[in-house]
Design a protein around this ligand. Structure first.
Ligand code: APR
Length: 257
């Protein structure tokens, strides 16, 4: 059984010795906040078809249907709050001299927990971008309840799209650059992802290849589990809390605040 005290102490020891820490998160980290994951029990893709809702082709076919789904998710997420995992990651982001969070989550809960140096690998559900003529990559924030989906571009009045990365779309160059730079670290900890969506799922192997000690946090065994240096089997909200207790009980870390 993973997630034993011994494994937890090994993980804490690595984190205690580290000065460069990168955490990579997926939907599982927001599960305890009430945000549905995508796969597995209660996952969104059990009830909805990604090819009908999360691709540029789907949006071109029926922008209203896609927006109605994203607005449903926005309203649901608006009612959620960061959980203990978000809180501990935020504390680490203030404590470690060099810390990066690379998240696949578009829900904004890491930011709401006060996390510094967040790389939004798949964009944000709270941002919009122009689908029509404006230069790609220009986004604006809009957390309001959308009056009449689909919303319009604030610049050209054309159709606007959700500021998220859809299946088949590339990761923004600046985001990829920041994520690859974050692989140069002492500890690369991955939490709450099934590790099936690339290129995000390839980051841990690359971090390990570059010398990072890699840790997985997940209640399930994933395809990637055998490739981690250490796998802690359990829920993020519990394991981050236990890691933080272990760190603060034996901490030699100097606060860089
Ligand atoms: N703590 C930690 N992990 C958890 C928890 C929890 N409380 N609950 C569930 N998990 C794990 C599941 O075991 C699963 O491995 O979180 C993972 C969630 O996997 P997915 O639903 O596939 O989510 P994710 O990996 O983030 O999806 C990747 O796919 O749909 C696209 O763009 C979307 O960013 C998303 C990407």
């Amino acid at each position: 059984m993973h997630g034993t005290e011994g494994e937890l102490s090994r993980a804490a020891e690595r984190l205690r010795r580290a000065s460069r820490v990168t955490v990579a998160t997926g939907a599982g980290v927001s599960a305890a906040s009430g945000v549905p994951t995508f796969r597995g029990a209660g996952g969104l893709w059990n009830d909805f078809r990604p090819e009908e809702l999360a691709t540029p082709e789907a949006f071109a076919r029926d922008p209203r249907l896609v927006w109605e789904w994203y607005e449903w998710r926005r309203r649901r997420i608006a009612g959620c709050a960061p959980n203990r995992a978000h809180e501990v990651i935020a504390a680490w982001s203030r404590r470690y001299p060099r810390f990066t969070l690379v998240t696949q989550n578009v829900d904004g809960l890491h930011e709401r927990a006060g996390t510094r140096n967040v790389v939004r690998f798949h964009g944000s559900i709270w941002e919009l971008a122009c689908w029509s003529g404006c230069p790609p990559g220009e986004r604006w924030r809009d957390e309001r309840e959308l009056p009449e989906p689909p919303p319009r571009c604030v610049r050209c009045g054309g159709l606007a799209r959700p500021g998220v990365v859809w299946f088949g779309e590339p990761i923004e160059a600046a985001v990829l650059r920041a994520s690859l730079a974050a692989l140069e670290c002492d500890v690369f900890l991955v939490a709450g992802t099934s590790g099936v969506v690339y290129p995000a799922a390839g980051l841990a192997d690359e971090a390990r290849r570059r010398g990072a000690f890699t840790i997985e946090v997940n209640p399930e065994v994933t395809e990637a589990t055998p490739r981690f240096d250490l796998a802690l089997q359990g829920r993020a909200e519990d394991l981050f809390d236990r890691l933080e207790k272990e760190l603060s009980s034996g901490s030699r870390l100097s606060s860089s605040q």
